[in-house]
Structure formats: structure tokens, C-alpha cells
Design a protein around this ligand. Sequence first.
Ligand code: SF4
Length: 196
Amino acid sequence: MKEELAAVAAAARECRACPLWAPATQTVFGEGPAPARVMLVGEQPGDQEDLAGRPFVGPAGRLLDRALTEAGLDRRRVYVTNAVKHFKFQPRGKRRLHQKPSTGEIVACVPWLERERALVEPAIIILLGATAARSVLRRNVAIARERGRLIPLEGGGAALVTVHPSYLLRLRDEEERHAAFAAFVADLRIAKEALG
Ligand code: SF4
């Protein structure tokens, strides 16, 4: 499985299926064990991930690591990836400001995620935010309404929707941030408990 996944990752480096490849530094493919019981799907690589070529290595990734640990999930046993494999941004001076991928870009990238899923064979896919949920569930998802419960998936396994950790980073009020982090960990615990 590992070798097949490496071959798919190499093919994804040449992908030109949507315009996002051009301004980005590189394709950021998923990483982690295969097979794995848990697969985590985020939105797209951020500024640091684009430069490093690895998913979830920036501030949101560090927050995710902390939440996984609190929920009793070992990141080393989790396959981590994004719905969209190139960083979408708007240049602003020396900074690159994150931009949300369009539905067309999400759909264009679905085949890569499907190939990852087929090789990782997760029992549970944790969907971090609306883009990941749109990509896997193929419909618009209201996170607040659907978070924290297992949704059976066609082809086996289940999905669990929750927030993206970058949402927590944007909260300015400390109390609100604390409560949102606790709710995020509670969602992750549901996945942990379902695994037994
Ligand atoms: S974002 Fe996805 S579909 Fe678009 S070029 Fe990159 S890998 Fe291909």
C-alpha cells in the first residue's frame, strides 16, 4: 500500500486538472500510514504547508496535534491529507492570503482523495470543515448542524464532520476559543470511541 500511495503522490505532483497548480510551490499530498483506521481530511495546504510540501505542519497542524492527543488519537497512526492539494492564495505585499477553493476546484481534486481513500482504507474519515465535507459527502454541509456524529459512507466506513482547526485560531475571545477547542476534542473523541 505504501508503495502504491507513493506512486499516486508522484503522479499528483504533475496534476494540472485545475488552475491552482500554477502559482503554488508544489502539490501537497497526504502522509501517514496505509492502511490506517483513521483518515483526516482538511481543506487545502496553507502557506507553511505549501513551502514544506507536507500537510498540517503550520499553526493549524500544531493545534490539530494537541486536539488529537487530548482525544486519545495518535497522529502517527492517522493518515492526514487535504481535499485540495494545492495552496490557493492571494498575494498581498510579501504575504500570501489564504483563499477558499471553489466548488470546481474541490471537484477537480476529488480523484486524488478517492485514490488515497482506496489505499488507506480508513474505518473513519474525519472531515475538518466545509470543504473536506463537500469533497467526501458530495453535498454542501452545515458544520454546526452535522458535526460530531457518524455518517455512513458509500463504499464502507463512516465520516465524522467537525470544524477545521484554523477556525479555532481565528477566534479572538479566549473563553470562546477554549470552549471551541473543547468541542473540537469532543468530536474527535466520538471517532476514537467508535474505533473501540
Ligand atoms: S488542486 Fe488538485 S486538481 Fe487542482 S491542480 Fe492541484 S492536485 Fe490537481
